[in-house]
Structure formats: C-alpha cells, structure tokens
Design a protein around this ligand. Structure first.
Ligand SMILES: Nc1ncnc2c1ncn2[C@@H]1O[C@H](COP(=O)(O)OP(=O)(O)OP(=O)(O)O)[C@@H](O)[C@H]1O
Ligand SMILES: [Mg+2]
Length: 407
C-alpha cells in the first residue's frame, strides 16, 4: 500500500482523464460558440444541437470519473483558467486553517509548473489532526502547446502512519529477539569453556529460560498476526462462562505457582457473546495472565460478567501493582511495558494487551481499564451480546476501540 507505483498509476490515470476533460471542455465551448452564431443567423440553420449534447455528455462522463477518485483534482486550461475541480478539492476553496494552506499550495504548484518548476511537493499540516498531503503538478497534452495543467492532492497521512507503525514494529521485534538470542550465544560460549558441572547446570537452566522466552515471543506474534488477519471473525453465540473456564485452565499453572485464587463465581452462566471462541479465549486469558503476573503472591483475582444494554461486559479485577496514570493510554500498544526491567523478570513481551484490543475491535467491542498504582486494576472487555434484548445488534456501528479511564 502506498507504493510509489500506486501513486504514479493514479497520477497517470487522472492526467489521462483531465486531458480529455480539458479537450472536451474546449470542444464544448467551440461548439457552443458555433451554435450560437448559427442560431443568431437564423433559426432554420440551427440544426439539431446533437454535437453539443454529445460534447456535454462526454464532459459530464469524464467529470464524473474524476469525481470518483478520492484525491483532490484541479484542472486548468491552456490559458490558466480553472475548468474543473472535483468535490474533494472543493473543500480547499474558502477553507480555513489547514484547508487554506492546501489551496495556497495548489496555486503555488500551478505557478511553479508554469515556470517549469517542481512537480511534486509534500505538505505537512501539523493539525490536529496531523496530516501529510502529496501535491503533484502535471502539464496536460503533448508537444510544444500544452492543453492545460493539473494539480492532484493526495492525502497520504494514513499511509505514512502505517509505514511508521511497520517500521516501529520491525525495530521492536528485532530488539526483543536480539536480547534473548544474544544471551543464548553468550551462555553457549561460556558453557563451552566451563568445567565446573554445577556452573554448567546453572548456565544450561538460564539457556532454557531464554529459549522459552524466544518461544513465547514467537507464539504471541503468531497469535497477534492470526487475530489481525481474521478481521471478520466467526460470529457464533459463545457462553461467557465457557470462555472464562478455558482461560482459567490456560493460566492455572501460573496462578498456582503464585498462590493466586481466581474467583469466577460472578460469571453468569446465561451470559453469552457473539464471536469467535478462540479469539475470545485468547483475550480473556491475556487479561487473566496479566492479573496474576502483576499481583503479589497470594493476592486475589476476580472475574465477573454483566449485561449492559446490548453488550456483555467481562471484567477482570486484581489487587496488584496497578498502572500509573501516565501509562494507561499506552499499555495497549504493541511491546509497551510499564516497567521494562520488571517485565524482564515476569517474562512479558508487551503483546498481550495488543491482542486483547484487536479481539475487541474485531468483535465491534471495546476494552477499558481503570487502575490505581499500588491498589490494582480492572480491565473490562465489552462485547456484543449473543441475545440482545432489542433485537439483533446493529452492524456497522462506530465503536471507539479502546476507552481508557484513570481513576
Ligand atoms: N493487571 C495489570 N496490572 C498491572 N500492570 C499491568 C496489568 N496488565 C498489564 N499491565 C502493564 O501493561 C504492560 C503491557 O501488558 P501486555 O499484556 O501487553 O504485555 P506483557 O504482559 O508485558 O507481555 P505479554 O502479555 O506479551 O507476555 C505490562 O508490561 C504491564 O506493565
Ligand atoms: Mg500480558
């Protein structure tokens, strides 16, 4: 997405259309002038204005085609008169703030083109929201007599954002894998020259730990990419208590090791959500695992469910270390960990909550958190109920994917 090839293809397509628009506008004008002179020289000579109608139809077709492109298109004829502007570009006329700057940049592009100047320009609008626009100026027609000029305005903000996310992701994953892999190399080197059996045994145990860590990162990444790929998960009714039981099973070894009691008595048996059992289990298990990991040994963890209108809420409540207010907004980002040093001990990668958020979004639901440092956290997964009271859950409803609150 957003490759230079796509941009070039769009520009070429629009140029072809715009050239024809300019030509058809010109021929339309010529025909009109001819027709008017014919009319003025006597009604009997004013034949059926067939040509005029055809030219108008051709112009309307091409203008319609240019309306369909999402980019802003402004076309001028050879005399520098604006002969076409699609809906997307109309927003810049008499616009304020950022829009006015875009209009100014369009005019500058035409002026630069007339003087044989720059053809492409990136416009950064600092917003909010921050936007990046790519303006391409092209001369229309071949040969020494151009038929006009075109400026194309492409909003590449989303493309740039995705590129940045991908770059960050690659950097993060490289870093996350480099650390344990580097440690494995060092440990292996040390073992190869160590004679003391006891030290070798200790180093080998460390190697196993690091290898498990790499394995966990890869498992999380596979989970995340599978969930990301399944944008439209299965939508079958799934009883909440079944999802919770499976998640508790998955986290049981960790909970037992830490002496944590997981109380599920407030999970109502009749509550069911609509969705993909595997994804839902993965989300609840990640929340539960965090509740166990980020709590003191022996501290309680509670799960409960309740119905709120057409949504079912699944709540995971702990009395653990809590999350500082400044980090609350960021914990759902991939690889984000509140305390990296501590997470190294707990073996986290920072992908768990990214998975939870994805599952919530995929199900047209959301995940919320309230937390207080030193007192504990409550994560709430809100999902469409399988049995909405007022009929089926409306699809296409806009849901803010993550809502974060700090008490
Ligand atoms: N219940 C919780 N209590 C306190 N802090 C939490 C809780 N849940 C998450 N966090 C904080 O949010 C961070 C991100 O959580 P997330 O589940 O995404 O990653 P992780 O647990 O570090 O690693 P992973 O889940 O990939 O093994 C954690 O590192 C931790 O700092
Ligand atoms: Mg986690």
């Amino acid at each position: 997405m957003g490759s230079p090839l796509v941009v070039v293809t769009v520009v070429l397509l629009v140029v072809a259309l715009a050239t024809t628009v300019v030509a058809s506008v010109a021929s339309y004008r010529r025909l009109r002038v001819r027709l008017e002179s014919e009319v003025s020289s006597g009604p009997e000579q004013a034949h059926e204005p067939e040509g005029l109608r055809e030219a108008e139809a051709a112009r309307a077709r091409l203008a319609g085609a240019l309306e369909a492109v999402s980019q802003g298109v402004v076309v001028r004829d050879e005399a520098g008169r604006e002969v076409f502007r699609n809906q997307a570009a109309l927003a810049y006329v008499r616009g304020r703030h950022g829009e006015a700057l875009v209009e100014q940049a369009i005019q500058e592009q035409f002026a630069a083109l007339a003087e044989g100047g720059a053809l492409r320009r990136t416009l950064d609008l600092y917003g909010p929201p921050r936007r990046v626009l790519l303006l391409s100026a092209v001369t229309l027609g071949d040969g020494p007599h151009p038929a006009g000029a075109l400026v194309l305005v492409d909003d590449v903000s989303e493309r740039r954002r995705l590129e940045a996310v991908r770059r960050d992701f690659v950097t993060n994953i490289t870093h996350e894998l480099k650390t344990p892999v580097g440690a494995l190399g060092l440990l292996a080197d040390t073992i190869s020259i160590e004679d003391d059996a006891e030290v070798v045994r200790r180093l080998a145990a460390r190697m196993t730990e690091e290898a498990l860590r790499v394995g966990r990162i890869i498992d999380d990444l596979l989970d995340l990419s599978r969930i990301e790929a399944e944008e439209a998960p299965r939508h079958e009714p799934v009883p909440v208590h079944e999802v919770v039981s499976e998640a508790v099973e998955r986290v049981r070894p960790l909970a037992q090791r830490r002496g944590i009691q997981v109380d599920t008595s407030d999970v109502v048996r009749s509550h069911a959500v609509r969705g993909d059992r595997r994804q839902l289990m993965s989300a609840v298990a990640n929340l539960l695992e965090n509740a166990c990991k980020y709590s003191e040994e022996g501290s309680p963890v509670e799960l409960r469910s309740r119905v709120e209108g057409e949504m079912v809420e699944v709540e995971v409540r702990d009395q653990g270390i809590g999350i500082p207010g400044r980090d609350l907004e960021r914990v759902f980002e991939r690889f984000y960990r509140v305390d990296r040093a501590r997470s190294r001990e707990t073996g986290g990668t920072g992908l768990g909550l990214a998975i939870v958020r994805h599952v919530a979004t995929n199900h047209k639901g959301e995940v919320r958190v309230t937390s207080r440092e030193g007192e504990g956290s409550v994560f709430t997964l809100r999902l469409p109920s399988a049995f909405p009271s007022g009929g089926p859950v409306p699809s296409g409803r806009v849901v803010v994917p993550v809502e974060v609150e700090s008490r």
